[in-house]
Write a protein that binds this ligand. Structure first.
Ligand SMILES: [Zn+2]
Length: 364
């Protein structure tokens, strides 16, 4: 197996195109054609994680957080980031990062938190904007069905829990081939009218190349007439945070104790308890202060996240209980999620869960 084969499998779970624009995801160190001996899955790539990879003969590190986040002008080993990169390169170890591509996945970081805490029917809390596109094309009536199916196979036409969504209209297309043309229907130099079907489908912007390839491969015309639009609609299958329900409502104290136990947290910082039953719960692994208002707007009783500042706890406003469970703690099971996913996809391969606890924060 080569690096690219593994990262292609990971892209099915978390397409890099759905990562946030500020992020730095994908293959950060190494070559995509390198043959892999073993894979080590970690939350952060620190020096001791690279050492663990060397000791366990793993030459691909799958890291949730990207070790390179902003531009580097020197790699001299002065900072921990530079030392990690140097050590990885010296030892022919590739590093691949998923970060917000996996945060934004319906089977990612937050789905895992929901699973661990027993939160049912989780849905995206803040659906992503600007990631849906629409294709409109025109094709001779008899070929329309074939093209439509090819577009569906490429992943177009998925809306929420529905697939193969499209809208078609029949009409008349016109064209006249110029001197250099080779029209499949009609003759060059003569105005031609053709009974055509207009096909409309939406698709996630990160699969645009695949959808257009399906269009060009399955359209009979020499010159394909088509339009691609960016839509303002939000994608309910991509986005930050999730919200779902507990099977049985719990009182707030019991629910916080449940979080402590299941998420292996020694301390929870939380806003004032409101003496209400907890039914609806919103979660956002990692730094999630930006989602407090969304959690409130969606009617969550509790919002679980991390990295909250003093003033952000005031934003609870007696509407919600906000719980800061720690950044590492909130994302720790992401490692397990990735190991389980890869083990299912490539069963006879060395996939290791890193034994390093990379949490830089200690508690007294
Ligand atoms: Zn994080």
């Amino acid at each position: 197996m080569i690096v690219k084969e593994v990262t292609d499998i990971l892209e099915e779970l978390a397409p890099l195109g759905q990562a946030e624009s500020f992020d730095n995801v994908g293959l950060l160190v190494g070559n995509s054609t390198t043959k892999i001996n073993g894979i080590l899955v970690t939350l952060d790539t620190l020096e001791n994680v690279v050492e663990e990879a060397i000791a366990t003969n793993c030459n691909l590190i799958i890291s949730f957080h990207p070790i390179i986040f902003k531009g580097l002008k020197k790699i001299t080993g002065v900072t921990y980031v530079e030392r990690v990169i140097l050590k990885a390169i010296k030892n022919d170890i590739a590093i691949y990062s998923m970060h917000t591509a996996l945060d934004n996945s319906t089977n990612g970081v937050n789905a895992k938190i929901c699973e661990v805490l027993g939160i049912q029917n989780p849905k995206i809390l803040i659906p992503q904007k600007g990631s849906i596109k629409k294709l409109t094309t025109y094709i001779p009536k008899d070929d329309a069905e074939m093209l439509k199916n090819a577009l569906f196979d490429a992943g177009a036409g998925a809306i929420g829990n529905y697939s193969k969504c499209s809208f078609t209209v029949n009409g008349t297309g016109s064209y006249m081939g110029e001197e250099q043309s080779n029209p499949v229907k009609g003759e060059k130099g003569k105005l031609h009218l053709e009974e055509e079907t207009q096909i409309n489908v939406t698709f996630a912007s990160h699969i645009e190349q695949r959808v257009l390839q399906a269009l060009f491969l399955n359209h009979p015309y020499e010159e394909v007439a088509y339009e691609v639009y960016s839509l303002e609609n939000k994608d309910q299958n991509i986005g930050m945070g999730m919200i779902g329900e507990l099977i049985e409502p719990l009182n707030e104290y019991d629910f916080l104790s449940h979080i402590k136990l299941k998420m292996k947290v020694s301390v929870i910082k939380h806003s004032k308890l409101l003496n209400r039953k907890v039914k609806k719960v919103a979660v956002l692994g990692g730094s999630g202060a930006f989602a407090i208002s969304a959690a409130k707007a969606m009617g969550a009783d509790v919002f679980i996240t991390s990295d909250l500042k003093y003033h952000q706890f005031f934003e609870a406003e007696n509407d919600i209980v906000i719980a800061d469970i720690g950044h590492y703690e909130s994302e720790q099971f992401t490692k397990n999620l990735l190991v389980d996913y890869l083990t299912e996809k490539i069963p006879n391969f060395a996939i290791r869960l890193s034994e390093s606890n990379t949490n830089p924060i200690k508690y007294l």
